[in-house]
Design a protein around this ligand. Structure first.
Ligand SMILES: Nc1ncnc2c1ncn2[C@@H]1O[C@H](COP(=O)(O)OP(=O)(O)O)[C@@H](O)[C@H]1O
Ligand SMILES: [Mg+2]
Length: 236
């Protein structure tokens, strides 16, 4: 089920106590699998393990790594790229968490393995925003929270999520939890504004068209998130 390097990495994480027992697969994505596990204290954790790196994925992640000063001198070595990608996800989670954005609390990252807070109960993950149907009032509250998190992410953490949509927001106890932050970039990344506008458009589209609530305009949301006037770039 796991290759040898992954087994060795898992063994290391277990010896550290961040994983004690692994249970079922919560999600099997194209590149990463997420497992429910318990740590040595018996606390539920989510374990995200990167297993395969397709050529397509490799190409797509380069645009997020190149331009991020934390990841200068990107190696073309695939193995090293994976390690950087997991470190990037861990650091991004930490920065967002410290900025007050509701994300899974990151616990540990090693090689291709990331251990974080499990969002859910008894091994059952919380639903994604796109998987549930809520009342207008609930959507409005979640929308306001998501806007606040985008603002904190930008202004306090200095990051743009860059893949924000109803697919990467979980709803836990009626509150949004932002996930999947590996591709988030710092504000000095050359495409930061481009990614931010894409996030803004995704969020407005979902809450307007699917949730059926009133939202800000793109310009308004851009101003709320960044504190700056004017959208500098348009893309259709
Ligand atoms: N901390 C977590 N707790 C519970 N479930 C999670 C957690 N993180 C991710 N998941 C589940 O795993 C899925 C995939 O995780 P995600 O980080 O979005 O990876 P990707 O989309 O790259 O495969 C999510 O849609 C969610 O259902
Ligand atoms: Mg995802």
């Amino acid at each position: 089920m796991f290759n040898t390097p992954t087994l060795l990495a898992l063994y290391h994480v277990m010896r550290k106590g961040f994983i004690d027992r692994m249970y079922g697969v919560v999600s099997a994505g194209k590149e990463a699998r997420v497992y429910w596990a318990k740590d040595r204290k018996g606390r539920d954790v989510a374990v995200k393990i990167y297993l395969t790196f397709t050529a397509e994925f490799r190409k797509s992640i380069k645009q997020y790594i190149i331009g991020d000063p934390r990841f200068e001198a990107v190696s073309s070595d695939l193995r090293k790229l994976i390690l950087k990608w997991v470190q990037k996800e861990y650091k991004n989670l930490k920065r967002m968490f410290n900025a007050g954005v509701r994300v899974p609390e990151p616990y540990y990252a090693y090689r291709n393995i990331l251990v974080m807070e499990f969002i859910g109960e008894n091994g059952v993950r919380a639903p994604l925003l796109k998987e549930i149907s809520l009342s207008k009032e609930e959507y409005e509250r979640i929308y306001r929270k998501v806007v606040e998190y985008m603002r904190l992410m930008y202004r306090v953490a200095g990051l743009v999520h860059a893949d924000l949509s109803e697919y990467n927001i979980m709803v836990y106890h009626g509150e949004p939890v932002i996930i999947d932050v590996s591709q988030a970039v710092t504000l000095d990344h050359p495409l930061a504004t481009h990614f931010l506008l894409r996030d803004i458009r995704n969020i407005i589209r979902f809450f307007r068209e699917k949730a059926g609530i009133e939202t800000h305009t793109i310009e308004e949301l851009y101003r709320i998130v960044t504190g700056e006037e004017g959208v500098l770039e348009w893309e259709e």
